[in-house]
Structure formats: structure tokens, C-alpha cells
Design a protein around this ligand. Structure first.
Ligand code: ADP
Ligand code: ZN
Length: 218
């Protein structure tokens, strides 16, 4: 099974991806996590990408596509995978078709998580992440059991360097301008499933809705 998750920053892609990983036993491939890993390890790719990330801009398509070609070639992708944060532009979506086709694969589902923009701002400003295992928390909505520490692995939680007000509004604009058009792209070929999180819906409720939609589509 090959799934792709669409949604604005803060829409809950990462959280839902983790649930899908647990349910289907296939890996999550997050371009954001891959880029941050490159930044931490000080690779040339990381150094180039960091300039864009810190400004809330997208990294260049060719860099992302090369990184994904490499990642999709790894053994753990054999049974399927969950794409989180890729593609984010129409050229990336075109490139993905080629990356899948040369491996004899095709997308099964595109899930688009719909959340109002005011809610997105609130979620992103209180967000904390564990750099060791990529688990996500929120200071008020989803706090860890021990303040500042990851429930899963005990790692020290950090605020992502791009989770500040100026960068956040840029990322939301980039989403509207460059990524939201992908909904038409995938709507046209019947792959798009829109998952609307009603106000106050917990991550588990959103997950149940997503599963029901996938199930109906078959
Ligand atoms: P978000 O929570 O904003 O969705 P991600 O962790 O997916 O964050 O991505 C963080 C940053 O990494 C983006 O703002 C962008 O600079 C870069 N990035 C991630 N995925 C892509 C991509 N597919 N194309 C270009 N840049 C990307
Ligand atoms: Zn952790």
C-alpha cells in the first residue's frame, strides 16, 4: 500500500502518519524529517536545505526529488510506504509518478487533512518535537507526561527552529500557493480523500475518519 498525506503545516500529517505506520506496518517517509536529519548530520544537502527551511520556503525540487529517489530505493519500502510532506509542488508530483513507475508502483490513496488556518497557527506555536524518535507534542493540547521529555524514548523535546510566528505564516502561504493545487492534481485522477477534522476532534477520531474513508474507497 502506498499512501500520500497532504495538509497544511500543523494539520496533523505527522501524527496521523505514525498511526498509519502502527496499523499497516509500513514506513513513514517524511521529507521534513529527512531534511532535518541531513541538517543534524551536517551533510552538503542539509546545508543547502537549511537556508530554505529557516525562511519557511520550500527546498528546491531537484534536491528533494534526488533525496526521495534514494529513499524509495531502500529495502524497507518493499511492502509500501506513507509519504508525508512529499510531493509539495506540482513538479514534485510529476516526478513522483516517474519515481514510482520505474519501480512498477503506483499511489493507492491520497489523504488530505483539512484544518482551519486559525487552528493551524495555534497548533504550530505550541509544538514540541523529539529529535530522537520524531514524536510530536503540544504544550497544552498534547503535553508529554514529564515536562520537556519524550514519552516514547525519554529524549529531550525541542521547539523546531522553523516553528516561530514569521516562519509559520510563510509556511502557510507557501502551502496555499504551491501545495494546495495538488488537491486538483489528485482529484482529477480519483485518488483524493478529504479528511475534515471537526473542531475538538482528537487525533484518534481523525484517524478513524481517515480509515473509514479509505475503507469505503476500497
Ligand atoms: P511542516 O510541519 O511545515 O509540514 P515539514 O517537516 O514537512 O513541516 O517540512 C519542514 C520544511 O522542510 C518545509 O518548510 C520546507 O522548507 C522543507 N521541505 C519539506 N518537504 C519538502 C518538499 N517536499 N519540498 C520542498 N521543501 C520541503
Ligand atoms: Zn522520542
Amino acid at each position: 500500500m502506498i499512501m500520500m498525506l497532504l495538509g497544511a503545516p500543523g494539520a496533523g500529517k505527522g501524527t496521523q502518519a505514525q498511526k498509519l505506520v502502527d496499523k499497516f506496518g509500513i514506513p513513514q517517509i517524511s521529507t521534513g524529517d529527512l531534511l532535518r536529519q541531513n541538517v543534524r548530520e551536517g551533510t552538503a544537502l542539509g546545508a543547502e536545505a537549511k537556508r530554505y527551511m529557516d525562511a519557511g520556503k520550500l527546498a528546491p525540487d531537484d534536491l528533494i526529488i534526488r533525496m526521495m529517489d534514494d529513499r524509495l530505493g531502500k529495502d524497507d519500502c518493499a511492502k509500501g510506504f506513507i509519504l508525508d510532506g512529499f510531493p509539495r509542488t506540482v513538479p514534485q508530483a510529476d516526478a513522483l509518478l516517474g519515481l514510482l513507475k520505474k519501480r512498477g508502483l503506483a499511489l493507492d490513496h491520497v489523504l488530505s487533512f483539512e484544518v482551519p488556518e486559525a487552528e493551524l497557527m495555534a497548533r504550530l506555536t505550541g509544538r514540541r518535537t523529539c529529535p530522537a524518535c520524531n514524536s510530536m507534542y503540544h504544550v497544552t493540547a498534547n503535553p508529554p507526561r514529564k515536562e520537556g521529555l519524550c514519552d516514547k524514548c525519554g529524549g529531550v523535546l525541542i521547539e523546531r527552529s522553523d516553528d516561530n510566528d514569521a516562519t509559520i505564516s510563510n509556511r502557510l502561504k507557501v502551502y496555499r500557493d504551491q501545495t494546495a493545487p495538488l488537491k486538483d492534481f489528485y482529484g482529477r485522477n480519483g485518488l483524493l480523500c478529504e479528511v475534515t477534522a471537526s473542531p475538538g476532534a482528537t487525533p484518534d477520531m481523525v484517524f478513524e475518519t481517515a480509515l473509514a474513508i479509505i475503507g469505503r474507497k476500497g
